[in-house]
Write a protein that binds this ligand. Structure first.
Ligand code: AOF
Ligand code: ZN
Length: 371
């Protein structure tokens, strides 16, 4: 068992910081940072900055070389097991051995089947000393998106909602601006820039006409917009179809679509229409998740509305939630955040684990997992 060592944790924390430089750019790849240390001095740093480009270890090795440092005998810190396969880039484990690195400190194993334990075995077989599990919890949480994507073979789905203390997102007449505070809204907005895609149901588009772009926060990559719309009711001038955003809009529909609208949408720039299987007159969401694979989407922010949220939950397609709760009550006529889950008894309730609570000025943020 690994006993936490202060120096190891310190350098791993730095690797985690570097890994975050890739947020919004690594698509289906993990966030990975790497630090090379010799004689208690950092001699090289790197991160996996963009999908398809160098892995973190290679960037750190190159950095050390550019600084004129001698890597032989150094220790390498990386939050994810070094890869052992030829993918878009050559195997990092091989490069580590070639450079004469003596010790490798790893946060988490890589569940990707082409790597999964083989990177560590290759290093060990080459005589490199390995320490695993350093800052394990933080390294797991850094790549929760990647781990879910690999293990479940579908995107990591985060449900986000701002509601009153009694779970309502609007008054009876649909007035919803604003329930939560400005601070909560900009905090939740930041999530958009961190995830690959943002998903809403057609009702939300018809009622709110949202743009679904990133306007605040430090991550400024616009997510792919996904709209479930079984009959193609979407207006052609909906803001969500705006072509001046640098990402595409995907409309998930069924064979019951409006043919004329389909032809028009097909001609629009940055718009893709996916014809999915149908389930109870709606888009079969499990099928949609499957079809999204070709767009390299590893994470989705589910923003509304209540029917789509309920369908996603019923199909076990939600992994994590962020609930922003405001100190107001709207009563039983208010519109609930989540639609009918068809739960008949308590035993059938959806169970939440790892629930955490944080105060955001007057509001509270509750996070949890339902996988
Ligand atoms: C590492 N270091 O920085 C990253 C790793 O298609 P490729 O070649 O980019 O390989 C992608 C896979 O490599 C990805 O699924 C994950 O298993 C691993 N990512 N490994 O040693 C890195 N980004
Ligand atoms: Zn690699």
């Amino acid at each position: 068992m690994y006993i936490e060592n202060f120096n190891d944790s310190f350098y791993m924390q730095r690797a985690i910081e570097l890994a975050k430089l890739g947020i919004g750019h690594t698509k289906t790849n993990p966030l990975v940072g790497c630090v090379i240390v010799k004689d208690e001095r950092i001699i090289g740093e790197g991160a996996h900055l963009k999908f398809g480009e160098n892995h973190a270890e290679v960037n750190a090795i190159e950095d050390a070389k550019n600084r004129g440092e001698d890597i032989k005998g150094a220790t390498l810190y990386v939050n994810l097991e070094p890869c052992s396969h030829f993918g878009k880039t050559p195997p990092c484990a091989k490069r580590i051995v070639k450079e004469g690195i003596q010790r490798v400190v790893i946060g988490t194993p890589d569940p990707f089947e082409k790597v999964s334990g083989k990177g560590i075995k290759f290093l060990e077989d080459s005589g490199i000393s390995i320490t695993e599990g350093v800052c394990l919890e933080e390294c797991m949480s850094l790549n929760e998106r990647f781990f879910t994507y690999i293990k479940k073979k579908r995107p990591f789905v985060v449900f986000k909602s701002g509601m009153s203390l009694d779970g309502k997102i609007a008054t009876e007449k649909g007035e919803s601006k604003w329930i939560t505070s400005e601070f909560s809204r900009s905090y939740s907005h930041e999530l958009r820039g961190k995830l690959d895609a943002i998903m809403v149901g057609i009702e939300t588009v018809l009622v709110d006409d949202p743009t679904l772009n990133v306007r605040h926060g430090k991550y400024r990559v616009n997510p792919i917009r996904i709209i479930t719309d079984s009959k193609l009711r979407i207006p052609l001038d909906a803001k969500v179809l705006s072509s001046d955003l640098d990402s595409i809009a995907i409309i998930a529909t069924t064979k019951n679509f409006n043919r004329e609208k389909f032809e028009k949408l097909k001609k629009m720039k940055n718009v893709e229409v996916l014809i999915c299987r149908e389930k109870n007159n709606k888009v079969d969401l499990t099928d949609l998740m499957e079809r999204l694979k070709k767009f390299n989407i590893s994470s989705i922010l589910l923003e509304g509305g209540r029917t789509l949220a309920a369908e996603m939950l019923k199909n076990n397609l939600v992994d994590k939630f962020y609930i922003f709760m405001a100190p107001i009550l709207l009563g039983s006529k208010g519109i609930p955040a989540i639609g009918d889950l068809e739960i008949k008894n308590l035993k059938g309730a959806i169970k939440i684990r790892d629930m955490k609570c944080e105060k955001l000025f007057d509001d509270i943020l509750i996070t949890g997992r339902c996988d």
